[in-house]
Design a protein around this ligand. Structure first.
Ligand code: C5P
Length: 414
């Protein structure tokens, strides 16, 4: 018999896919044994981590036999095991499934606790995470659980809603873990690349360097990571990507067209050329706001006393392209603020004719140079998305997910 959920409607299966299943301590854990069977039958390579209470419901041996892989006993590996166990598992996995996800595990995940292998792996993970909650209806409706789910959604985690029916506690209501077949279908669809197929993205990334003289320039600390993460995510979802980037600290992702420029004037030229053919412009680059009025031909020599540098504004590329925008084009601006950003975000979106404005704050773990970010997205004067401190990849997934739902983009998909 063919297992339901073996391959998706577009024929995607799990061959070559690495799935880490985290089983937490609810009675629905017995269904996770069947889930492992389905995942393996769909071709997936499956490794399982159990919380201590999950192993009260189903033994590690059951999952070892079904997955064909050892189930690690805890956070600390014996000396003979190479690598750091939670990091090794987190980097190995292409998807993490948490099924069942108990209220306690959701609370831990929402707060970033890491006191066992399951929660620590989740914290170390960069790949998409899909949670299938299971609990009694009272717990499922509890405001504390709702809050935790909102936080996790804001962090870019995906949920498979529980269904309703008879619950193990004897009550009937919502809170029943989604059936393993549905979980497999959701997982398969997360590997489908094509939901942005046919949509042309133009993305700017990195910083600009404005020459003062042949050896000195004005710049900022943008690493390029956020813009590159956006390009990689949109590409993963099937979009056509043109990337225009300034100097950066990391390698650009594999995209359809990539132009490297140095200063704001060159960035304006490259973007203006590509703009008419794009459906979506994302201005993630930290373009210099000012450039020296003149570039000295020779190195400026040391002088006694102060030296003044006269600066002029650079072209505001976003505002210029925003003004040229056609009705069906979507323009996304970025704003980096050191405080009170929400107020300025809406004003900036209006001034630069952006459909969306992504606000990121400058902080120890957010903004430039670092690998994490905390973003809010504004549309039509309303905050439509807010994340906690997340990896730039997760922030990118949340932003692209928000854009993918835009009706104009839906119309562009072929
Ligand atoms: O006004 P502010 O520099 O804060 O605006 C930031 C947004 O404007 C970003 O999306 C950035 O890429 C864009 N920008 C631009 N041209 C400039 C300066 C900023 O397109 N000269």
């Amino acid at each position: 018999m063919k297992a339901r959920g073996r391959s998706s409607s577009s024929g995607v299966d799990l061959h070559g896919k690495k799935i880490l299943l985290i089983v937490t301590g609810g009675i629905a854990a017995y269904k996770s044994a069947h889930l492992v069977r389905l995942l393996v039958r769909s071709g997936g390579e499956v490794r399982v981590v159990l919380t201590a209470s999950a192993s009260e419901f189903v033994t590690p041996l059951t999952f070892e036999v079904l997955s064909g892989n050892p189930v690690p006993a805890g956070l600390f590996a014996p000396r003979s095991e190479p690598g750091v166990r939670h990091v090794e598992l987190a980097t190995w996995a292409q998807r993490i499934l948490v099924a069942p996800a108990t209220a306690d595990f959701l609370a831990k995940a929402a707060h970033g606790l890491a006191d066992d292998l399951a929660s620590t792996v989740l914290l170390a993970a960069r790949c998409p995470v899909i949670l299938a909650p299971a609990m009694n209806e009272g717990m499922w409706q509890n405001p504390a659980v709702r809050r935790n789910i909102d936080v996790l959604r804001g962090d870019g985690k995906h949920f498979i809603e529980p269904g309703s029916g008879a619950l193990a506690c004897g009550e009937s209501g919502s809170g029943r873990m989604a059936e393993p077949e549905e979980i497999v279908r959701t997982l398969l669809s997360s590997f489908e690349p094509g939901d942005l197929a046919g949509v042309r993205f133009l993305i700017s990334a990195g910083r600009t360097e404005e020459d003062i003289d042949p050896v000195r320039y004005l710049s900022n600390r943008s690493s390029g990571r956020m813009g590159f993460a956006l390009a990689a995510e949109a590409k993963r979802r099937g979009a056509h990507i043109t990337l225009v980037h300034g100097p950066v600290d990391v390698e650009p992702p594999d995209v359809d067209a990539c132009t490297r420029v140095r200063n704001a004037a060159r960035m304006k030229a490259a973007l203006s050329k590509a703009f008419p053919r794009c459906n979506v412009l994302i201005m993630a680059a930290a373009v210099a706001d000012f450039t020296p009025v003149t570039r000295a031909d020779a190195k400026i020599r040391r002088v006694e006393g102060n030296l003044s540098l006269e600066l002029k504004p650079t072209p505001d590329i976003l505002a210029i392209l925003g003004a040229r925008k056609k009705k069906e084009q979507v323009v996304v601006g970025f704003a980096l603020e050191t405080g009170g950003g929400g107020r300025f975000a809406n004003e900036k979106a209006r001034r630069k004719a952006c459909d969306y404005l992504v606000l990121n704050r400058v902080g120890e773990r957010t903004g430039f140079s670092v690998e994490t970010n905390q973003i809010s997205v504004f549309k039509d004067g309303r905050k439509v998305l807010a994340t906690g401190i997340v990896s730039k990849e997760e922030a990118a997934a949340a932003i692209i997910g928000q854009l993918a739902a835009d009706v104009r983009l839906r119309r562009m998909k072929r």
